[in-house]
Ligand binder design. Structure first.
Ligand code: SAM
Length: 348
């Protein structure tokens, strides 16, 4: 394995073949009712009606959006026809040619951008900062939470594509339900990431000493990103139901842990437990800016934070309260402990 250019499957242990009981064949919606099923309880009935109303609303919105789009297209077509109708023969053909040329140029530019992005991501797979999304914990999540995680993974990939300093992404423990769901994402086959059925502890066993688990429950604050390290983010959407689970896991495996330097730079209005994509985006933004404060500010939504200017002496007291709080129980007066993550849901 190369220093920063590790490649996919070479360290996969023979037993690690993704042989989990094929959850991909499980029906997606547990709510589905079939003839002969026992009658629903009152709350299940309510839930089902709510779901039906939601589906109907979604279908109506979709139909309306389609109609608006078609109308706008038609309007454009009409405007164009009107414009041409008012012109002489030569002017008309010049205008048409200009439009054709502009379209060609746009296409060529798009193609070039795509090639550049592809090359950038390929380079990242050779020498980018290694970041693992640990999907081993997927078994603990509900179907809805897996949908949220899917969306977050997609956000991570999209952010990496846009970044001028993209990371080398590893999806480890990519098996079972999450794998089959990811495989349905258009273009997933072409993603420039390492897709490992093995858990990271197997896939990266030769570099175990360089593994660093990011967890809000760590007592260690990350100072800077070390290119020789492999940073792991827990692929978990749990509204912190499993508080401390990644910390415990890393401790059991003898892996270093760090948390993001949030208290050092921001005053949060909610929990310091961020979503997978927020953590990922903070890391890649840091790779670009080499500045934690700017990276945190760029990614953490305004409503979840208020900036603390520690150069202002009147904030000194807050600094002491915040930096001493390693308990993970954000009970001091500088935090509200809502423990609620930002959630995104994906309709599949
Ligand atoms: C939604 S959190 C999962 C919380 C989960 N209860 C746990 O114990 O990790 C998703 C992942 O983002 C990372 N993460 C979230 N907030 C973090 C923070 N403040 N510092 C470091 N990593 C964080 C962790 O890797 C975490 O597993």
């Amino acid at each position: 394995m190369e220093e920063n250019g590790m490649h996919g499957n070479d360290s996969c242990a023979p037993h690690c073949n993704g042989d989990s009981p094929s959850p991909e064949h499980r029906p997606e919606k547990e709510e589905e009712i079939r003839i002969g099923d026992p009658p629903l309880s009152k709350s299940a009935g309510k839930k089902l009606k709510k779901l039906q109303r939601y589906e109907e609303k979604k279908a109506r919105q979709k139909a309306m959006a389609k109609q608006i789009k078609e109308r706008s297209k038609e309007q454009k077509r009409q405007d164009w026809a009107d414009k041409l109708a008012g012109l002489g023969e030569e002017e008309r053909s010049n205008l048409i040619q200009a439009k054709v040329d502009a379209r060609k140029e746009r296409r060529a530019q798009m193609l070039q951008d795509r090639q550049l992005t592809k090359q950038k991501l390929k380079n990242a797979q050779q020498s980018g900062q290694n970041i693992v999304l640990d999907l081993e914990l997927c078994e603990l999540m509900t179907s809805g939470e897996i949908s949220s995680l899917m969306q977050q993974i997609m956000y991570c990939y999209a952010a990496n594509k846009k970044s001028s300093t993209p990371a080398h992404i590893w999806l480890t423990g990519c098996r079972g339900k999450i794998k089959s769901r990811l495989e349905k994402v258009p273009g997933f086959d072409n993603w420039h990431v390492e897709k490992e059925e093995c858990y990271y502890i197997e896939a990266l066993k030769e570099r175990k000493d360089n593994l660093v688990y990011l967890t809000a429950d760590s007592e260690n604050v990350v100072k800077e990103l070390d290119s020789s390290k492999i940073y792991i983010i827990g692929g978990l959407v749990d509204r912190n139901r499993f508080k401390g689970i990644t910390m415990q896991k890393a401790e059991d495996q003898g892996i270093q842990t760090v948390k993001l330097p949030i208290s050092e730079h921001l005053r949060m209005t909610s929990s310091q437990v961020l979503t997978v994509n927020q953590v990922f985006e903070i890391l890649i933004t840091y790779l670009e800016l080499k500045d934690w404060k700017k990276s945190l500010m760029k990614v953490i939504p305004q409503r979840k934070r208020s900036e603390v200017d520690y150069s202002d002496p009147s904030n000194e007291a807050k600094k002491v309260t915040v930096s001493n709080d390693n308990s993970g129980e954000e009970t001091s007066c500088t935090f509200e402990s809502t423990e609620k993550e930002e959630e995104v849901t994906l309709q599949t």
